[in-house]
Design a protein around this ligand. Structure first.
Ligand code: ZN
Length: 185
């Protein structure tokens, strides 16, 4: 899956789960987005540029990594409750990333190192991502769903209303308070 789908669907899930998990309801958007993209941010350079496997779903697309992040998030939340929203947002993002990448289709990577310590050499070129975006129905569908989810969250969080309030012209003909203050100087 691509970034818009990962971020949009993770943010929407956090907002839905936030009704039951108070720490998640306060999760900042930046932490959710970072968590949702973290496996790719780490694995794409590692798998393509550093290890030259042509495989961007390796060490950080494993259940092991998701569990390490979750354990760290729970420990941090217990030690410093104020940091819980950020820590849990990162853990949620790493977990949903594996789900939306359908990592169960690559059990050798997902369950690493249980099925062997080697990662598959796929020979995938980064240019292939453009073809995937143009041709793959799952990628297109999840990108559209991510965009819709982000729009819903922006409306739900009142972000759209705040932007509209800033760009909407003033209804009153009376000079703005800032203009009056400037005129008095
Ligand atoms: Zn990924």
């Amino acid at each position: 899956m691509f970034p818009l789908g990962h971020v949009g669907l993770t943010v929407a899930l956090a907002r839905l789960a936030g009704d039951r998990v108070p720490a998640l309801s306060a999760a900042p958007l930046w932490a959710l987005a970072l968590g949702a993209l973290l496996p790719d941010v780490l694995d794409k350079p590692l798998g393509h540029a550093i290890l030259d496997l042509g495989n961007g779903r390796i060490l950080f697309h494993t259940v092991l990594f998701a569990l390490v992040v979750l354990a760290a998030a729970l420990a941090i939340s217990r030690a410093r409750p104020a940091a819980a929203p950020v820590a849990l947002a990162l853990a949620l993002g790493c977990g949903t990333h594996l789900l939306f990448d359908r990592m169960w289709e690559d059990p050798q990577a997902l369950l690493w190192p249980l099925l062997g310590t080697e990662f598959a050499h796929r020979g995938f070129e980064p240019a292939g991502w453009i073809a995937m975006l143009l041709a793959d129905a799952y990628t297109q569908g999840t990108e559209a769903a991510g965009a819709a989810a982000l729009t819903w969250v922006a409306w739900r969080d009142g972000l759209l209303a705040r932007v509209q309030a800033k760009v909407r012209p003033r209804k009153s003909d009376a000079p703005a308070p800032e203009a009056v203050a400037l005129a008095r100087r």
